[in-house]
Design a protein around this ligand. Structure first.
Ligand SMILES: Nc1ncnc2c1ncn2[C@@H]1O[C@H](COP(=O)(O)OP(=O)(O)OP(=O)(O)O)[C@@H](O)[C@H]1O
Ligand SMILES: [Mg+2]
Length: 157
């Protein structure tokens, strides 16, 4: 595996949340974390754990009908779910590329809906597996600054 990537297997939703929580320790303003994986893969579990790691006290659920939800933590936490996305304009409207994003950390479920519109500067998370099966979670640092996240994982291991 290239240096800018890691693969972790989790055996429960709790383990996925814990993994995301450890990653959140590395979060800096303006960061983008993209999540892909089929229905029920654990994207929202990941987002919940990431939010907890940022010190968000509120309950994080899928913002399916609002496209984006905003929470307060150590940094602002922007949670997007693009499952119902039909066009790039909607994503702009939803704030993915909004300037406010600079103030917090943005976690995007169904990021593959935006395909080529995603910037390389992001932590790309792909979750494989559903149901009771273990999840294979692949983390790729899109640019060098995002290797911070992988280092945080190594430090916590
Ligand atoms: N290792 C695991 N990691 C994450 N979730 C797991 C794991 N094992 C079982 N689960 C269960 O799988 C489900 C994942 O649901 P979750 O809502 O996070 O998926 P999702 O990817 O956000 O789906 P959707 O595309 O519908 O938004 C939860 O019910 C969770 O308890
Ligand atoms: Mg979800």
């Amino acid at each position: 595996m290239k240096p800018g990537a890691r693969e972790v297997v989790t055996g429960s939703a709790r383990e996925t949340r814990d993994l995301a929580g450890r990653l959140a320790a590395a979060a800096a303003p303006g960061d983008l974390v993209t999540l892909v994986g089929e229905l029920g893969a654990g994207k929202t579990q990941f987002a919940k754990g990431f939010a907890a790691g940022l010190g968000v006290a509120a309950t994080v659920n899928s913002p399916s009908f609002t496209l984006m939800a905003e929470y307060e933590g150590r940094l602002a936490f922007f949670h997007l779910d693009l499952y119902r996305l039909s066009g790039a304009e909607e994503a702009m409207a939803g704030g993915l590329l909004d300037e406010r994003r600079a103030d917090g950390v943005t976690v995007v479920e169904w990021a593959d809906r935006l395909e080529g519109l995603l910037p390389p500067a992001r932590l790309a998370v792909a979750i494989e597996g559903t149901g009771d099966a273990p999840r294979r979670i692949r983390l790729v640092a899109g640019t060098a600054p995002y290797e911070r996240y992988l280092a945080a994982l190594d430090a916590a291991a």
